[in-house]
Design a protein around this ligand. Sequence first.
Ligand SMILES: Cc1ncc(COP(=O)(O)O)c(C=O)c1O
Length: 382
Amino acid sequence: MQRRQLFQLAGAAALTTAFSTFSKKVEATGLSMPQGVSLPIKLNFNENSLGMSAKAKKAISDSLDIGFRYPDDQREELIGLIAKKFNLATNQISMGNGSSENIQAIVQALIIRAQKNNTPIQLVVPDPTFNYAELYAQALGISVVKVPLMADFSFDIKQLQQAAEQFKGETIFYLCNPNNPTAMITPATTLFDWINTAPAHHFFILDEAYAELVQNPDFKSGIELIKANKNNVAVTRTFSKLYGLAGYRIGYLLGTEEVVALAESCMSYDNTNLAGAVAAIASLQDPQFEQLSLATINASRQIVQKALTELGLKYVDSNANFIFHQIKGDVKTYQQRMKEHQIYVGREFLPIQGWNRLTLGTPQEMEVFVKTLKMFREKGWV
Ligand SMILES: Cc1ncc(COP(=O)(O)O)c(C=O)c1O
């Protein structure tokens, strides 16, 4: 407790410009600032430390009395709202128990379809990236080709394409945009040119878990490709990040009617839980919370980027609620030392050595992180 108070005081004394601009913005929305820091500070799983919208909380508690009913109405309402948000038809949306389930379903459905047609199928992924597609593909026994990122951490598109061209059969590409762990986007010009000229037996899963947090104007959602009727594209999205609902497991897949029907063939029935559905509905109807969530992440990003610059530690411009940055020294030792200081940072993502993925928590949490990082520098640890 003492330590917690100490950090709060120390953090208050060291408010950065980014933080005070943020406070003013929050006050202008009439919402309250994120409160103090509890330990340990968890900056390792790309969660949204702000927590969910107050309206989402209320929707969950209001739903307790109807928890004995199946949530068909709420699921339908949520699908309707998502369809409206993206200007798609309701049969272009497949709900998932988190977007993890959507990724699993589309990978499995593509494999089953290829096997029925006696066509070999493989998965091709950049490396490193979020590894669920790879894990599901491996479990289903197909080969996975991993193509290392370029020196600047962008996708090596030529090598990715070549991996598919050299293969006699279908290829599933899993492309995370922005990528996890780098928080780097692949510009729309590059990505769309590739997909628009790719043959139909190359299928693209575009994981846009962090799309709402992108700052770079060169990013465009793959939803445009779906609107252009591409039957070899699926986009996955989630309520876990911007809306802070990771524990309620609401994700979705968007595609043409044909792609959604395919994904649904491997999706468990009635997979949307009531609490998650009502929280997601309330979140979509709370633009002020969206604004607060974005402002919080942006302020935290500025605090960390400023400190990394001061310390001369390289980082990738972040387009998500995490930042990939250099650590001088062994990353596992750094992780352990941070843990001893009650801060759980992310991990190293091989084959990239000497870099760490750090989740952007609340600005208050990041002030504590920065103080600790600077203390590590004084000790010669980073
Ligand atoms: C790139 C990416 N995709 C998907 C997910 C899974 O999210 P969900 O909570 O929707 O299953 C994550 C979670 O961290 C992620 O980083």
